[in-house]
Design a protein around this ligand. Structure first.
Ligand SMILES: [Zn+2]
Ligand SMILES: [Zn+2]
Length: 298
């Protein structure tokens, strides 16, 4: 780049490459780290040619986009998968009243149905924060104003496409990272007693480790537990019971050992992280970036 170019670099940091990247993020809402990296490379090459754009890391590139998003109360944020630590980039809406925003996306019947599902997942009898698919369809049909089961099924499919819910291989609906991040305030306000917060990072946790003392409500993300336990000698900070890292909760536990086994095998075969594999439906889209046509049409 010439000297004249670098004089205006600050004002011109937000380029067409950033714009193109953001338009694709808005279409996809949730992307893997790999897909995000690929999209960034393609956007820069498409706008700046094969010699590449300004010397900027992916983190700086996204920071520039976040400056533009700030007045809109939106942010591209990295979220770690609860089990595998895989990174997901999510376009997050930061405005306070999250459920009110949903009213612009869904009809009143759909919104009530969504709230019903959230309530069932959060209050799941076994504490695994998930709901079997047959139960979900039957209950939703019974409790909501959908005309028939097909309509009910279509709505569940849409919640997965919109990245609020994920369906595990064993057929359990659970909250997807988008719901955990964007509906955080709603979940904490509405389900203060039922929702679990990681005792270490204070974020919501729906899959992780729990204290073996059933009277104690200490829970950890797997990723938070590891480093903590190495330092604090396997003791629960609250009840002082010895911590057993094999006492888990979440959708993988609800699926039972058989599903767990096949999930591990799939993980090994595909070389993917288990958090990604455990959510097969959104996975197909999460693994890819926008198709060539989508990319050029935005
Ligand atoms: Zn944590
Ligand atoms: Zn405890």
């Amino acid at each position: 780049m010439s000297d004249a170019g670098s004089l205006t670099a600050t004002e011109e940091r937000y380029t067409d490459a950033h714009r193109l990247f953001l338009q694709n993020c808005a279409l996809q809402r949730v992307m893997t780290q790999e897909a995000t990296h690929d999209l960034w490379q393609r956007a820069v090459t498409l706008i700046h040619g094969s010699e590449g754009g300004p010397d900027e890391s992916l983190e700086d590139f996204i920071a520039t986009i976040n400056e533009e998003l700030d007045p809109l109360h939106m942010e591209l944020r990295v979220v770690l998968d609860e089990i595998s630590d895989a990174q997901w980039w999510i376009l997050v809406n930061l405005k306070g009243d999250e459920i009110a925003q949903l009213a612009t996306l869904y009809t009143p019947t759909e919104l009530e149905a969504f709230k019903y599902l959230i309530q069932r997942i959060v209050n799941s009898d076994d504490g695994n924060f998930c709901l079997g698919s047959t139960e979900a369809i039957n209950e939703l049909y019974r409790e909501s104003n959908f005309n028939n089961k097909l309509q009910t099924q279509d709505f569940l499919k849409r919640l997965i496409e919109d990245r609020w819910l994920a369906l595990s291989r064993g057929g359990y609906y659970h909250l997807a990272p988008r719901a955990i991040v964007e509906l955080q305030t709603y979940l904490k306000d509405e389900y203060d007693d039922a929702i679990a917060e990681c005792s270490l990072c204070k974020e919501i946790v729906t899959k992780g480790e729990r204290c073996r003392n059933e009277e104690c409500d200490t829970v950890y993300h797997r990723r938070c537990a590891g480093p903590y336990i190495r330092v604090h000698h396997n003791q629960c900070p609250s009840c002082k019971t010895d911590w057993d890292r094999a006492i888990l909760f979440g959708v993988n536990v609800a699926e039972g050992p058989q599903q767990e086994q096949s999930r591990i095998q799939v993980t090994r075969r595909s070389g993917r992280t288990d958090g990604v594999v455990s959510a097969p439906s959104p996975e197909a889209q999460l693994d890819g970036t926008a198709s060539e046509e989508e990319f050029e049409n935005v």
